[in-house]
Design a binder for this molecule. Structure first.
Ligand SMILES: [Zn+2]
Length: 66
């Protein structure tokens, strides 16, 4: 596997909902899916691109209103 090619970035100020560790949450794309991972425990969460896109564009749509 090309693990080194995956760009992982820490989420500043994020708190793990499982082990409560601060600044241990990493965010990266795995097979096109936004994945959240804790470095302190085995907590992971995945969000489909569509869900992320909907959240991301939710506020932007209002800009184009007349
Ligand atoms: Zn954790």
């Amino acid at each position: 596997m090309a693990d080194t090619k995956i760009k992982k970035r820490f989420v500043a100020g994020a708190k793990c909902p499982k082990c409560k560790a601060m600044d241990s949450i990493m965010l990266y794309k795995l097979n096109g899916v936004e994945t959240v991972e804790c470095t302190e425990c085995d907590y992971t969460e995945q969000q489909a691109d569509e869900q992320v896109a909907n959240k991301a564009t939710g506020n932007v749509i209002g800009v184009f209103k007349p």
